[in-house]
Design a protein around this ligand. Sequence first.
Ligand code: FES
Length: 350
Amino acid sequence: MAVRKLAPEEMQPESFSFSSETEAFAEQQIAKYPPGRQASAVIPLLWKAQEQAGGWLPRKAIEAVATRLDMPFIRVMEVATFYTMFNLEPVGQYFIQFCGTTPCVLRGAGDIKKVLEKRIGEQNHVTADGKFSWLEVECLGACCNAPMVQINDDYYEDLTTENFEKLLDDLAAGRPVKTGSQIGRNRSEPFEAVNTLQDPSLYDGSQIGAWRKRFEEQAQPAATGEAAAAAASIPQDVKAAKPTAGRAIESEAADTPAKRAKEGETPVNPVDQKEAGDPSVATKGKSHTEEGAQAAPQSSKSYVASPGKDAVPTSPTTPEAGTPLAQAETRRDGSESKPGVVVDKDNKTS
Ligand code: FES
């Protein structure tokens, strides 16, 4: 792609201001966006300014758009020089955009290009009478009717050297021309004989719902087959996984009132047991047992052993019950809440 820059100074007009029609268009476009977001209308305003200026954007037109949208000039220049839909140099009354992309080339675009060069000259060049100029562009989205050109706002498709020469002659003479296919094709229907989509039932409504019915009919045996396959895949003699794999193992509780009573010791209040492992509670001093609270019934089974109220933790990171918070270890890495080997005041371990 050629460098896109403004036309030479000698081509630039002295001034540009919005016509009443362009101003009305600008107001309509700006109203589409929230206050302060008027810059969003930059492309439509540039497009309309280009139309008013005769098909190209002089510097003054770009400045007028920037002023109207309260944008820096360079921001509008960025848009105008980026998009090839904006012409930065004067164009002919009939500005021809010639598609030079592969599908069109495969269908004879090279011959169309030769006609342009013979009749108009190099691209970006306006004929002496000001009627024609042309530019090679990328795919214009009408590949199925290739080769094609866009002249101002209309497409001309299915071109041959003959019908394209005639088209240029008619435009130059001011005669009416036919847009679209130049060989009588209806839009993008098949090029010669129409031999698809000819069943009348496609258009009389009788096919509505037929596809669903057909899918349901086809899906039914398939579902049955799947269900049968799924049922067959279930083993008849199911063996349990290892019973203890990944599971907690129930065992005799290490320190429970029932166990202590059985061993002839004083039962420990389960609340004290719980709070003994919590330093913030343990520092309160008096236990529920000392206050005469009754031990609540407790299961003789448990999953882990908890330190008792008189337990002396062997881990140096666990504060001893009754230790003021200020003197307690500041480390809190979770180890203080882990059950460990504890020794009671009678030097018994649990
Ligand atoms: S390739 Fe020419 S219109 Fe798509």
